[in-house]
Design a protein around this ligand. Structure first.
Ligand code: DHB
Length: 289
């Protein structure tokens, strides 16, 4: 049996299921929906220093077995997601509000951390190391040296009472990659690991052989039911290598049984992405029963 509640660095999660960043969490109304839902936390859309319009439409598609997205970090800017903290607390929710941040260039990370840390109504930070949809940018999480440089900078200036900071990782597919990222992450006070992000660089073609999304000739991040085995294996390997860091499992959850699969693999909490977009925030009731 797994306790319903979870505690992490002084934060209390009333239950262990929340939205995946990017899903139902970009606009004020969506965030309020999540605050009012039975999710155990609210995670914001990954935000950048300034608002971004993102990629051309259509940029999201799903069917029974998978989803594909290339939103291109469309978001309202970090200031908006920090300000949402006080609005969400007025809604009366009693669960952590986690702001996901996505630095795009040198200097962004300092700005983003400063802004989020200075906002009392934000409880924790999820640092996105795995966005696959930005033209000319690779997923940072696949460059272990770059992750090390970024985290060296982050933790050099973080005080003991700074907000808990977790990282959102891409999926890894080889044992050497698990040990390489674990060797980096073990050097820092990482509050949690969220894995996996959507699988980068998938291509979905329709029955008439057209790309189903417009950006990047149809190439984007793949989520949904099909990616469950990769999410489970990533949680399993990283939990084995870094047993002291709580893991938020993500990828392919459609049922309560899938949640139990993630717990069995070593996750402490889980996030729901594609299935949340399909069902809306009542998905949390359906899964929590
Ligand atoms: C986007 C996609 C991601 O998988 C992610 O982690 C961040 C942003 C996007 O396309 O907006």
């Amino acid at each position: 049996m797994v306790d319903r509640e979870f505690r992490l660095k002084g934060l209390r999660f009333p239950n262990r299921i929340m939205n995946a960043s990017g899903c139902w969490c970009t606009s004020a109304n969506e965030l309020i929906d999540l605050a009012r839902s039975s999710s155990g936390a609210v995670v914001s859309k990954s935000c950048t220093v300034s608002a971004r319009a993102g990629n051309p439409l259509p940029r999201y598609y799903h069917d029974d077995i998978m989803s594909i997205n290339s939103t291109g970090l469309a978001n309202n800017g970090c200031g908006f997601y920090c300000d949402m903290g006080s609005l969400l607390s007025k809604v009366g929710y009693d669960k952590p509000y986690i702001v996901s941040i996505a630095p795009l260039k040198d200097g962004d990370i300092e700005f983003l951390l400063h802004q989020v840390d200075a906002t009392p109504t934000v409880d924790a930070i999820e640092l996105n190391l795995s966005c696959p949809n930005i033209t000319g940018k690779s997923q940072v999480g696949y460059d272990f040296e770059a992750v090390k440089r970024l985290l060296d900078g982050v933790f050099a200036t973080r005080s003991k009472d700074a907000k808990p900071l977790g990282v959102k990782l891409p999926a890894y597919f080889d044992k050497s990659h698990f040990t390489a990222i674990a060797d980096v992450l073990k050097c820092y006070d990482i509050a949690f690991i969220t894995c996996i992000n959507s699988l980068g660089y998938g291509l979905v073609l329709s029955d008439v052989l057209d790309p189903v999304i417009a950006p990047h000739q149809g190439v984007g991040g793949v989520g949904g039911k099909s990616i469950l085995p990769f999410g489970l294996a990533n949680v399993f390997h990283l939990h084995g290598l870094l047993p002291h860091i709580p893991i938020i499992g993500c990828g392919g959850i459609t049922t309560k049984k899938d949640v139990l699969r993630y717990f069995k693999a070593g996750a402490s909490m889980v996030q729901i992405g594609t299935e949340l977009i399909k069902q809306g925030p009542s998905v949390f009731d359906a899964i929590l029963e």
